[in-house]
Write a protein that binds this ligand. Structure first.
Ligand SMILES: [Zn+2]
Length: 272
């Protein structure tokens, strides 16, 4: 699993919890597919409305997961997630947006930041990379959704930059977590996408490697960790979960592995 995470179970729901160096500042989670009421291919804790599952079941699953971690749904904020790099600073008035229906999710955003205690940032994943940043001094947080597009668009660096502008955050005060996502073992791309990574990270064989002619593996977690280090966060304070969503079929949905028809896990991050 990697340092920085542990697996927990409460009220029949299994989830990952972020291990923070200080108590009382914030809490963060990542759901698994276990403990919900949806049937396959969404079995069982699908938290995404937009994937073709029954909406009432998704709503029940969301309530089950939020109850298991003790988060009030009306304090949660969900971004629309369009594989872009827009970041929105949210507050209590955004509470509940995107939680009970998808139509009022925070428009055009793939990352959210907040400085308001009680507000819980959320986003949905099935292979893409969850990036959590916590400013331990200024007490601000950010949560991003980064697939290959968001990674190439530097959403992680832009999120930290927006925290700097809006909260006065500096990288030295931050700790970051990269949650379960598709691993170097399974994330295969064509040469065009690989070339984008080669351009951004020249000669970095921790980030891409050739599989066969025209086929490459890309390491999205490592690429985002590198972006965070380049943005000023100490590499010793970046925790990367080593679970691959595609390899861990028991625990996670995987868009790639399941051929696009699958459920979604959720990441949560909230200031206390
Ligand atoms: Zn894998």
């Amino acid at each position: 699993m990697g340092k920085g995470f542990r697996i927990n179970q409460s009220r029949g729901i299994k989830y990952l919890e972020l291990l923070l160096p200080k108590k009382g500042i914030c809490r963060g989670y990542f759901s698994t597919r276990e403990g919900g009421i949806s049937t396959n291919p969404y079995g069982s804790l699908n938290l995404g409305f937009h994937v073709g599952d029954d909406g009432d079941r998704v709503l029940t699953n969301r309530e089950l997961f939020l109850r298991s971690v003790g988060v009030p749904p009306e304090m949660v904020v969900v971004p629309e997630q369009v594989h872009g790099s827009n970041i929105v600073n949210v507050c209590k008035t955004h509470g509940g947006k995107g939680v009970f229906q998808m139509n009022d999710a925070v428009r055009g955003a793939d990352a959210l930041i907040t400085k308001e205690p009680g507000v819980v940032l959320a986003a949905l994943y099935a292979d893409c990379v969850p990036i959590y940043i916590v400013d331990l001094e200024n007490k601000g947080i950010g949560l991003a959704h980064a697939g290959w597009r968001g990674t190439i668009q530097n959403i992680a660096g832009k999120m930290l930059n927006k925290m700097e502008v809006d909260f006065g955050t500096v990288g030295d005060d931050c700790i970051a977590y990269i949650g379960p996502s598709i691993g170097f073992c399974c994330y295969e791309v064509g040469s065009d996408t690989a070339q984008d990574f080669v351009s951004l990270f020249p000669y970095d064989d921790n980030i891409y490697k050739e599989k066969t002619k025209g086929k490459y593996y890309v390491n999205l977690k490592e690429a985002n960790a590198k972006i965070l280090v380049d943005s000023g966060i100490d590499s010793r304070r970046i925790f990367v979960c080593d679970l691959c969503t595609s390899c861990s079929e028991e625990l996670f949905f995987s868009y790639r592995r399941d051929g696009g028809k699958t459920g979604r896990m959720a990441a949560l991050l909230g200031l206390q």
